[in-house]
Design a protein around this ligand. Sequence first.
Ligand code: ACO
Length: 492
Amino acid sequence: MSQSNKESRYLIVQTPSKEEHKLTVHDGDVAILAKDLAQVRLKGLTKDGKEVEKQVTSFDPGFMNTACCESTITYIDGDKGILRYRGYPIEQLAERSNFLEVAYLLIYGELPTATQLNTWKERIMSHTYIHVTLMDYMKSFRYDAHPMSMFIATMAAMSTEYPESNPTLTRRDLFEFDYRARNQQIFRILGKAPTIAACAYRHRIGRPYNYPTESFRGYSYTENFLYMLDRLSESEYRPSPAIAKALDVLFIVHADHELNCSTAAMRHLTSTRVDPYTAVAGAAGALYGPLHGGASEAVVRMLEEIGSVDKIDEFLEGVKSKTRRLMGFGHRIYKNYDPRAKILKEYAEKVFAEVGRDPLVDIAVELERRAIQDDYFVSRKLYPNVDFYSGIIYRACGFPLDMYPLLFALPRIAGWLAHWYESLREEKSAAKASIPGATHVMRARQICIGDIEKVFPTEEESISKQSITMDALKTYHSNLSKRRRAPHKDIA
Ligand code: ACO
C-alpha cells in the first residue's frame, strides 16, 4: 500500500489486559490492513458459552467502510460532488471526449494519441460481429424475454466460443503476463456487447436482428448501436447525430463508478481467474438488481404515478412520512449533487429538441426544485443522482423500460474491463504483491453464529419439532392447464 510519509503512523489498539498493538496506518484513504488486526487477540465466547481466544476480525456486511483494492481508475469525492476518471473531471470528458476515448482512458490509464484512438476504434469496431450460433441461441429465448437476462446469458455463452481464451482450459495465468491476450478480450467484449444488446432489443420488439453497419469507420460506437437497434430495410440508415451524441454522453457518465456492487462483483470473479466473458456476465447480473441498475426505471414509474405538477406536494409529504421514497435521490457516496445528474439534466433538453419534450421532465424539474429546498432532504444531504434524469432521456428516446438496465450495463463494461485489466496487472507488480491478499482469490470471512457441533440423531432419537415450513407460493395455473388436467368424468 502507498506510504508517502517517511515516518509511519500507527493506530494504537489496547486490549482489556492493557496489551498494546501498533497497527500501521497507510496513507491515501488512511487505511489499516485488516490482516494487521489479526495480530490483536481477544477473549470471545463460543455459542455454548466457552471462553476462547480469537483474532480480531473486521465485520462489515454491506462493505460500509471496507476497501478491497487499490485503484488508479476513478476518484470520487462524495461530499463535494466530484467524479474524475484517471484525474479528468467527468464534466470535461462529457463535453470534449467520446465514449471510446473514455473507455481507452479508463482501461489503459492515459488519453490516446490520435493514432492510438484510430487503431483502438478500428480494433473494437472490427469485432462487432457475433457468431451465428450466438444469434441462434438468442432466437431461442421466449418472445417476451427480458433483454438484460438475454444479455447476461449470451455474454456468458460467449466463453464457449473462445476456449483458447479461457484460463480454466488453458493456463491459470493466461492474462497476467500477456497484455495481447488481455487486449484481444477487451476488443471482443467492447465490440460485441452492443451487438448482443441490440439483438436482445430487436427480439423484445419482434423484429429481425441487424448486423453491425458495414461502414463502421464512419459510425461512432453509439451510432452503430443505434443503427443495429433501428435499421429497418434502409440500405444506408443513419441514426440522428444528436441522439447518438446524447447516448454517447450517457455512456461516458455511466462508464465507471469505482467499487460499486457490479464492479466489486467483477473483481471478485476475476480473482478466481475465470474467463472475462463469464466475469462480465456475473457483473451484469449484479447490475440487474433493482437496488443497483434498476433505479432509472423506478424514477420513470414514480414520475408517471405523480402524473402532474400539482400532485408533487402530496407526493413529497408521503416521502417525508416514509411511506414513499423519492427515487433518483440520495446516494451512498454523494452527499452533494451527483455531478452526472447535472450533466444529464442539460442533455435532456438537447434530446427534447430532437424528439420532442417529454412531459415528465416538467414534473421532474419541479420535484427537484421543491425537494432541494425542503429541510427533510437538505438535512439528510439528499440530492438528485444520475438516475433522476437518465430514465427521462431513455423514455424520450423511445426505449422500453426493460432496456434501461442494459443501457446502463453497456457503458459500465468499460469500467468492469478497466478493473479486470488493473487487477490482473497487479499480479505482476512487486509492490502490489506485497499487500497481503492483493493477488489472492477473494474470500470473505463470516461470523459463525450457528451450532458449532451436533451429533446426527440415531433412528431411535426423534428429531425435535421445528418451525420450518415447506409452504411456497402457489403456482398460477392458466385455463389452458385447467383444461388439460380436467378430470376424466362422463358428461352427466
Ligand atoms: N427518499 C427519501 N428518503 C431518503 C432517500 C430517498 N431517495 N434516500 C435516503 N433517504 C433517507 C433515509 O430514509 C434515511 O432517513 P432517516 O435518517 O430518517 O432514517 C436517510 O435518508 C439516510 O438514508 P440511507 O438509506 O441510510 O442512505 P444509503 O446511503 O444507505 O442509501 C440509496 C442510498 C440506497 C441510494 C438511497 O438514497 C435510496 O434508496 N435512493 C433512492 C433509490 C435510488 O435512486 N437509487 C440509485 C442510486 S445511484 C445508482 O445506483 C447508479
